[in-house]
Design a protein around this ligand. Sequence first.
Ligand SMILES: CC(C)(COP(=O)(O)OP(=O)(O)OC[C@H]1O[C@@H](n2cnc3c(N)ncnc32)[C@H](O)[C@@H]1OP(=O)(O)O)[C@@H](O)C(=O)NCCC(=O)NCCS
Length: 188
Amino acid sequence: MTVAETSSAHLALAQRWISTQKPQISSLVRYGGLIDCLYVSIGRATINDLGRLCEIERECFTLEAFSRLQIAQLLENPHAISLVARVSSDIAGFIIGSIERVGEVVFGHIYTLDIAVKYRRKGIGMKLLNRLEQEFLEENVRECYLEARMNNTAALELYHKHGYARVKLLRNYYSKGSHGILLVKRLH
Ligand SMILES: CC(C)(COP(=O)(O)OP(=O)(O)OC[C@H]1O[C@@H](n2cnc3c(N)ncnc32)[C@H](O)[C@@H]1OP(=O)(O)O)[C@@H](O)C(=O)NCCC(=O)NCCS
């Protein structure tokens, strides 16, 4: 079964599965790297990062931003993987995904990828995506999916560059007249 073949009922089932299973994600990891002479380190996000994450989320999505409570719930969900990119002590961006099981099939679902405006176009989004995919692979995820707005050029370019294929138009996914696109990538 592929993501494209998976019905929304299956996905809803997977969401319920997530909330009832025990943690499977390994604990703290830290990775570093130089981008445009900025030292960027990637590490696990914790509840202590909540304030800054909400700030960045609002900067990225304004009225449609996840609420503080939603971000807190994602950070504390044992099946979610939440990573932050730090430049010195500042959080420049974050990514949150989770592992979903439908029967024997394991999918990675990316919920959000947010980079603060002043840190954009420095490769940080790509770096976070890379790291999340690696962590998915370590958890035996072979296919990864996400939804993006049809008019979100920056995100669509980034995902295209990173090997995601557009598999489905999601009509009125965000609100009436505001369509999304389902993007999928096979991980190796
Ligand atoms: C989309 C977003 C995460 C990209 O993060 P970023 O760190 O700036 O992206 P990167 O620097 O890693 O860019 C990697 C590639 O993506 C593409 N890209 C990124 N931003 C782009 C833009 N504004 N226009 C066109 N292409 C863009 C480019 O191909 C870029 O490579 P290049 O800089 O060598 O040309 C960031 O713009 C953001 O946070 N936007 C608001 C939140 C959002 O829409 N998140 C995605 C939700 S699905």
